[in-house]
Design a protein around this ligand. Structure first.
Ligand code: BGC
Length: 909
């Protein structure tokens, strides 16, 4: 049956409060047949589920095979309005689908003039004694008569939690998220129709410091810099509640002077420090109508420019998983420890019984030291401490509100009574992103590596992509995000997550195009390694996130709009480098992190040995090349030509500067060789010598890498795309230091910041030592794209044209990967048994795949037990040196062929 299986608007089935004036629709085709393509679509949008006979917009029948991110082209959309949409399509087999199910999208507030509310604050947020406490705010109101719907549009300076009639509004955490609050403050929209009632109602809110007012980059206390109040000194609530009555009239409840406030039970809440909560100070019923609030103080209004308000453009953070604690034990030092069995991010929910005034005190840590004791040095100023004072009434249950922790172990410093494992549950929080990828193979340690990569993504995709989730840092380091973006897009649906963060990047970009080290920017300086206060932006490999991340999102989701939206920012970044570079071509000025943490660094240094000017010019070329392609795609022909020329000139200048006349790279490091191969900066005639030299270095290093942040992500890629898949596998499968599996063999459950986070003797690197840092997890991209072999064509991005090219290896018996693309599920599995190679593929409808069956010959190639030779030729199988190449339309396929395993290169000894 031909039908539409899934239909979404702006990546979400039924989005509410969207800021897009021209939202886009995507759908997935369902059919039992093979080789199915869409030939036309028709979209209808209406204001009611039953008014499609007279739709608000009807696209008409459009002849097109476009089924993802198809733009709304109808009349101007109204603010705060729900629209229903549906689609029907036809295919190349003359099938016409029935209408899809009807979904809806609802617009947010489009016009600043519609904001009538005020930002309301209270004294507690000014008084230093209460500077990290959380005030409560409340208001009562009546609803006279019947009402049909209600929406609340809400945000805050600082973080907020909202209640209506005693019930928590929505499930989102750490709202309104972290943006450059001076320019962009996201508001959230909730449908609260079912939470209100006729007659008396109450709305209540609690505010926390969060990123707005709280401590950030705590280590800068070393420098006596102010580490708090980076955006402002006062937290405030901003809210508009629109209630639509049955007669069409509207009642609006605003945050304004009529609200009242009181100090709440949260005495202190800070992202890094944790939370102190005194349950004795709770005001039961405060967020319900009828509560006696005499004695509560008035609030006051703050002057804030409403132009900064934007609809939520990312995805909210929520509780996503629940982990049962695994073990409880006493350490040599006598500490009582609970082990969650997984390094995780979020918090602990606990239950407790005890006398009024007794306390629970929990500390959180990622690792135990070599003697098995609780270890917190690597958290630096982050205290990660939860303190709860009991009210003493039966069983009490607690979860913190405006903080989160990165941890595997909890130390019970105080707990009344006998603690039991079931009293403690790990609550895993992160941005809402559907898991879209899976990779597995016959090697359990590699599978654990994939598990660790995924968990480092979960732990660090908390509203913004952070470097780490535990120490006093947790910042949106651009380099880390850039390196990991491609892997992230496989594991989870990150299109909206990155869309928001790229808007943050653009809004924080300097006037000269420079890109701050961290986004959102807090003008961060790194006193450990540099003292110049002006250096807080534009390191190569980091600032390039401005170009590489939008390009990656485009490749993985076929999202053209991200390129359109970010185009000026991309151009500005390349323009910045242009202005800094010698003759506009060689970037040999400024501060760079370089091949950060590479092992060829001098003893005690963070900076790898690969020269900065080589790295900077290499990334300059890479970003300029991407920009040229982007300009072509966006049909900005003048720009395209100009950037293409610039790109070619940078490459020539690069070759003159960094290669000897005989075609050898002057810089004798692994990373230098990796970058020139990856970014195609080597003349074709010198390619062989370059790859051979890289392999020689690896061999000299006993087949171990010594690369840092910028070389590592590409290392296996350049080996496998230059005929040395054997060496790439050798590196992947190493289990001793330094290697990806070294940390696995040391029991890691997330990716470490340092290759030697825990040394062979059990001691630690230094105190700057995160055990949850996704950067080196960028190997995940190679597992998906090369080991399993799922890739997209750049020309038909978003997997419209899929490249399926597995790379079997003697040391693996099988590998499989799945990826839920915008078009549907792509699946690949290869396995080798008894002299036969078998390859299974699933290709979604409305796509084509070029499939490579490695080492296959036409003779003996079978599809579902029949020889391919005897099958219809429409799939044009071609025998090549590397194997048989087949072009396939949608469907599920299974090929098998005899293979003498000894012809697959084994890993070198
Ligand atoms: C972060 C990194 C970041 C780096 C800059 C560190 O403190 O944790 O991941 O990219 O600084 O080099």
């Amino acid at each position: 049956m031909f039908k539409i299986k899934k239909i979404r608007c702006e990546y979400i089935e039924n989005p509410i409060g969207i800021g897009e004036q021209k939202p886009r629709f995507s759908w997935v085709l369902g059919s039992d047949e093979k080789n199915v393509f869409q030939t036309s679509y028709k979209i209808q949008v209406s204001k009611g589920t039953d008014s499609f006979s007279n739709p608000f917009w009807d696209s008409g029948v459009i002849k097109s095979d476009n089924s993802i991110l198809v733009e709304y082209m109808g009349p101007k959309l109204d603010s705060r309005t729900r629209y229903y949409y549906r689609v029907r399509i036809s295919d190349n087999k003359n099938n016409k689908s029935p209408w899809s199910k009807t979904n809806f999208f609802e617009t947010g507030i489009f016009d600043t003039k519609e904001w009538k509310a005020s930002f309301i604050s209270c004294d507690a947020s000014e008084n230093p004694e209460f500077s990290s406490s959380s005030p409560l705010l409340r208001k009562e109101f009546d609803i006279n008569g019947e009402f049909v719907s209600a929406r609340v549009y809400v945000t805050s300076l600082g973080l907020y939690e909202l209640w209506l009639n005693g019930q928590r509004v929505g499930e989102d955490l750490l709202t309104p998220g972290w943006t450059n609050y001076n320019k962009r403050l996201q508001y959230q929209t909730y449908d609260v129709t079912d939470m209100l009632k006729k007659g008396a109602n109450a709305v209540g809110a609690m505010l926390g410091n969060g990123w707005y007012k709280g401590h950030l980059a705590g280590w800068m206390e070393d420098t006596k810099e102010d580490t708090k109040e980076r955006y402002g000194k006062k937290t405030a609530l901003f809210l508009q509640l629109h209630i639509t009555h049955s007669d069409g009239s509207e009642q609006v409840i605003l945050s304004d002077k009529s609200w009242k406030t009181v100090a709440g039970p949260i005495l202190m809440s800070e992202l890094y420090l944790g939370e102190s909560y005194d349950a004795r100070l709770e005001s039961p019923g405060w967020n319900n109508p009828g509560f006696n609030d005499t004695g509560w103080a008035p609030v006051y209004e703050l002057e804030v420019d409403k132009e900064i308000l934007v609809a939520q453009d990312g995805v909210p953070v929520r509780r996503i998983e629940f982990i049962s604690s695994q073990k409880m034990f006493k350490t040599a030092r006598g500490e009582i420890i609970i082990d969650m069995g997984q390094n995780m991010v979020g918090w602990v929910r606990f239950t407790v019984r005890g006398p009024k005034g007794s306390r629970v005190v929990l500390k959180h840590a990622e690792v135990l030291d070599k003697d098995g004791n609780f270890y917190t040095e690597n958290l630096r100023f982050a205290k990660q401490t939860i303190e709860y004072i009991l009210k003493g009434k039966g069983e009490e249950c607690f979860e913190p509100h405006f903080t989160y922790q990165g941890f595997r172990y909890i130390k019970l410093e105080e707990y009344p009574g006998e603690p039991r494992l079931e009293n403690f549950t790990g609550i895993v929080i992160h941005s809402v992103m559907k898991k879209t990828g899976n990779f597995e193979c016959s090697n359990d340690q590699v599978n654990q590596l994939q598990h660790n990569i995924l968990w480092s993504q979960k732990g660090n995709f908390v509203d913004i992509p952070t470097d780490c989730p535990q120490r006093d840092e947790r910042l949106g380091w651009t380099g880390d995000a850039q390196i990991f973006a491609r892997t992230a897009c496989f594991n989870m649906d990150t299109a909206l997550f990155f869309k928001k963060w790229l808007r943050d990047l653009k809004s924080d970009q300097l006037e000269n195009g420079g890109v701050p080290f961290v986004i959102p920017s807090i003008n961060l300086i790194m006193p450990l390694i540099m003292n110049d206060k002006d250096i807080c932006h534009s390191s190569s490999g980091w600032g390039d996130a401005a170009v590489i991340v939008p390009w990656t999102v485009y490749l993985c989701y076929g999202d053209l709009r991200i390129l359109e939206d970010q185009y000026d920012s991309m151009k500005a970044w390349v323009g910045y480098i242009y202005s800094q570079a010698e003759n506009n071509l060689l970037w040999n000025t400024g501060f760079h992190f370089g091949d950060w943490l590479a092992l060829d660094a001098k003893e005690g240094s963070f900076f790898g040995a690969t020269p900065n000017d080589l790295i900077a010019t290499a990334f300059y070329a890479y970003s300029t090349g991407i920009l040229a392609k982007t300009a072509e795609i966006l049909q900005k022909n003048e720009d395209a030509k100009q950037y293409r020329e610039l790109y070619e000139n940078i490459v020539k200048a690069f070759q003159r500067e960094f290669f000897t006349s005989s075609g050898r790279l002057k810089a004798a490091t692994q990373t230098a060789h990796i970058l020139v191969l990856m970014f195609n900066l080597v003349k074709e005639e010198d390619r062989k010598c370059t790859i051979d030299t890289l392999v020689e270095y690896l061999k000299k290093n006993k087949w171990h890498l010594n690369t840092g942040f910028l070389g590592t992500p590409y290392l296996c890629h350049v080996l496998s795309s230059n005929g040395r898949t054997d060496v790439a596998y050798k590196l992947l499968l190493q289990t001793d230091y330094p290697s990806w599996l070294y940390q696995v063999s040391k029991g890691a459950t997330t990716i470490w910041e340092h290759w030697d986070g825990i040394k062979e003797d059990g001691s630690f690197w230094t105190e700057v030592n995160s055990f949850n840092h996704y950067a080196y997890g960028s190997i995940g991209d190679w597992l998906y794209r090369v080991v399993a072999g799922i890739d997209t064509d750049e020309i038909k991005a978003g997997y419209k044209h899929i490249i399926l090219k597995p790379h079997p290896c003697q040391k693996l018996k099988w590998a499989t990967a799945e990826f839920e693309s915008m078009y549907g599920l792509i699946k690949i599995k290869w396995y080798y048994k008894n002299g036969m190679m078998r390859m299974d593929f699933t290709i979604p409808h409305n796509t084509m795949a070029s499939v490579m069956l490695p080492y296959a010959k036409m003779d003996g190639l079978m599809e579902n037990e029949e020889t391919v030779k005897s099958q219809p030729l429409h799939r044009k199988a071609i025998e090549k040196d590397e194997g048989v190449k087949v072009e396939l339309g949608s469907g599920t396929y299974s090929f098998s062929y005899p293979l003498d395993i000894s012809i697959i290169p084994d890993v070198p000894e």
